[in-house]
Design a protein around this ligand. Structure first.
Ligand code: ATP
Ligand code: MG
Length: 347
């Protein structure tokens, strides 16, 4: 079976506006910024982070069989011989590749932001959509100025769905990311006082999350938390950005995707919801009212993306909590057993 490569190295060089040096492999199976997880055949992109300059690991990447290393012009001047894609700035090059990846795909693109529950919602949404078609989504959070362009540039051209997480610590950070991702459907999970030290007020947080609308494609939709006291503010911002389809979720009686009842058990929940006029009942594989709330946003977004509602609700029952985010496991000791609730993420 011949599978289309993620990128031919030539196409990646064109997308990044760079120049190939040495003898790179003809194709690239994936992009990586971390030599610890890099596999042979992938392109290594040397990114400058807070603590490290990725250029220090270029040799390690090539030793592991990287197809090519994307390096800066400045570094390349004194580089040992190797297979390089030389660019002015590797991070900018990654953004350019991401933009090309976005424009070459016909996938429905969904982007999730909000104060809490972005990753949980992104994972559940990706799980549900993968039942419908080829779905691309990042591992973990990958929601910042590096994670978002990296995720975009790793998206196969033939994807049918792309699910992205977009985060922020400061006002103004979401705008360039959403303009790169160009979501067809933008989801805001909730607005809470996270990063208020940088934003000042909860209204400023709502406005910063609402930046996600700036990138929404013409004819796109917004999925918004109806129970939030900032719902109207978010809906206004969505309309101001030209978004006509606004779908709300929550317990509020006017919510388009409405929680009617949730029965919480120790290891699962049963959710009764009305999803745009259709009543659905489904089980969630992990407990918690907050996950029931997230599931409403997932069903709203999945339905907008064209997924079958009944299949989506069934699929939700198979989702488990993400490692370190409310994962529950039964542990056995000689003296008996106990339940470990893993909330260690961000600890
Ligand atoms: N809607 C929600 N309301 C409250 N808590 C939630 C909600 N969704 C998930 N959680 C819990 O909050 C924690 C963080 O969830 P998650 O990782 O999904 O958030 P995030 O927005 O992606 O965070 P980050 O900004 O660090 O990427 C987990 O313990 C999770 O169980
Ligand atoms: Mg996250």
């Amino acid at each position: 079976m011949s599978q289309q490569p993620l990128w031919t190295t030539e196409a990646l060089a064109r997308a990044m506006g760079g120049r190939l040096v040495g003898a790179p492999a003809a194709t690239v199976t994936d992009l990586s910024i971390d030599t610890r997880t890099l596999a042979a055949g992938e392109a290594y992109v040397a990114i400058k982070g807070h603590a490290h300059d990725g250029h220090a690991f270029v040799q390690a990447a090539l030793d592991k069989g990287a197809a090519v290393a994307v390096v800066s012009q400045e570094w390349a001047q004194a580089a040992p011989p190797g297979a390089y894609l030389v660019v002015a700035d590797p991070l900018k090059a990654l953004e350019k590749a991401g933009t090309v990846a976005r424009s070459r795909t016909a996938a429905k693109i969904l982007a999730v932001t909000g104060s809490i529950g972005k990753t949980s919602t992104k994972e559940a949404l990706a799980h549900v959509l993968s039942r419908e078609g080829r779905t691309h989504a990042p591992p973990k959070s990958f929601n910042n100025h590096i994670g978002v362009p990296l995720t975009l540039s790793r998206m196969p051209a033939g994807s049918q769905f792309g699910v992205f997480e977009i985060g922020m610590n400061h006002a103004g950070e979401i705008t360039p990311l959403t303009r790169m991702v160009k979501p067809d459907i933008a989801v805001i999970t909730n607005i809470e006082a996270v990063h208020i030290e940088n934003l000042g007020t909860i209204e400023a947080i709502a406005d910063a999350k609402a930046e996600i609308f700036a990138g929404v494609e013409h004819g796109g939709a917004a999925v918004l938390p109806r129970d939030s006291r900032h719902f109207e503010r978010l809906a206004r911002a969505a309309r101001a950005a030209g978004i006509e389809t606004i779908v709300s979720f929550g317990e509020h009686e006017e919510a388009d995707v409405r929680l009617l009842r949730v029965v919480l058990a120790a290891d699962c929940s049963t959710v009764y919801a009305r999803v745009m006029e259709t009543d659905v009942t489904y089980k969630l594989g992990s407990p918690g009212r907050h996950l029931a709330m997230n599931s409403l946003a997932v069903l709203a977004a999945a339905k907008l993306a064209g997924a079958d509602l009944a299949v989506a609700a069934l699929t939700l029952g198979e989702t488990r909590a993400v490692a370190g985010r409310g994962e529950r496991t039964q542990r056995r000791l000689a003296s008996g057993s106990f339940t470990l609730l893993d909330e260690s993420y961000n600890a």
